[in-house]
Design a protein. Structure first.
Length: 300
């Protein structure tokens, strides 16, 4: 079971592995640059070498990156779009240098232009990003872009699986695109992933639309808001509207065998949120399939 967390890279990218080992991670997610800024510091070759060496101490643990939150691939022509494309191309090159196989990205917001126009902008941006990134590395070394499902706040795209399918369809490089599912986002968008039956239906739809080989990553997050709220607020596992049962089902699902699953849940006042969530998830994974656990009571 490839289970882990989004871990900090404070102090340098190689430090992620020590934190991941402390949590018992068998998979992890990182930022390859500051997620709240357009520009990132130079990634020196010495840091790349140290990162790869530290990774060898976690054999078999896949690592995915998450792109900066500022990126909006659906923005209209202008400075934001130019910065978004350049920033994502830079992160693709950084991820490739580190040896990562996937870079998660949110499609972006159409800003009132309409969903179809927004999806066309995203696909065109992705094609431009690959062209820019490939100028600095060979295409076969480039990580896949993992299009993440979103909660659908405001004009954000990606809250329906058909949005991601349309992007893949419109792009000139469909083979370089894959999907990252987020349980909180799916639930907030109206997918009933709070039940085993709902999970089965979503995974079947994902395979039908994209193929099993494009299901590349899962974010395991509970939701602070109800089904269809279109609000993106993560909760710790078992402390939100999803409860524990759907996560137990996900962790044992045959379609997710070999797929990295990471938590992006709140750390809490003691910064132990990920540790508690991963311990609970491991327990859920070992429970008998017929057993149903109650919701974990929220900490106050």
């Amino acid at each position: 079971m490839l289970l882990g967390a989004h871990v900090s890279v404070a102090g340098g990218l190689p430090t992620a592995f020590g934190r991941a080992q402390g949590l018992g991670c068998t998979a992890l997610q990182v930022f390859v640059k500051n997620a709240s800024r357009w520009q990132g510091r130079t990634l020196e070759e010495s840091e790349v070498t140290a990162f790869r060496a530290a990774w060898q101490a976690c054999p078999g643990a896949p690592v995915v990156a998450h792109a900066a939150y500022l990126i909006n691939l659906a923005a209209p022509p202008g400075e934001v779009l130019e910065r978004s494309r350049a920033g994502l191309a830079d992160e693709l090159v950084r991820s490739a240098r580190l040896g990562l196989a996937g870079l998660v990205v949110h499609p972006g917001s159409h800003g009132g232009a309409g969903e179809e126009e927004g999806l066309r902008r995203v696909a065109a941006s992705i094609d431009e990003v690959f062209a820019a990134a490939d100028a600095g590395l060979s295409p076969e070394r480039a990580p896949r872009l993992l299009l993440e499902t979103t909660a659908g706040q405001g004009a954000c795209l990606g809250w329906r699986l058909e949005h991601l399918e349309r992007i893949v369809e419109l792009s000139r490089h469909p083979q370089r695109l894959a999907v990252c599912l987020d349980t909180c986002h799916l639930f907030a968008a109206g997918y009933a992933v709070d039940t085993p039956e709902g999970i089965d239906a979503v995974l079947a739809e994902v395979v039908a639309r994209f193929g099993r080989e494009r299901l590349a990553c899962v974010h395991l997050n509970d939701s602070r808001h109800p089904l269809g709220s279109r609000r993106d607020r993560h909760a710790n596992i078992g402390e939100g509207a999803l409860g524990c049962a759907p996560f137990a089902h996900l962790l044992r699902h045959p379609l997710l065998d070999g797929v990295p699953m990471v938590v992006e849940t709140p750390g809490g006042d003691d910064d132990q949120g990920h540790a508690r969530d991963l311990a609970l998830l491991r327990e859920l994974a070992m429970d008998a399939p017929s057993r149903r656990r109650p919701r974990r009571r929220a900490r106050r």
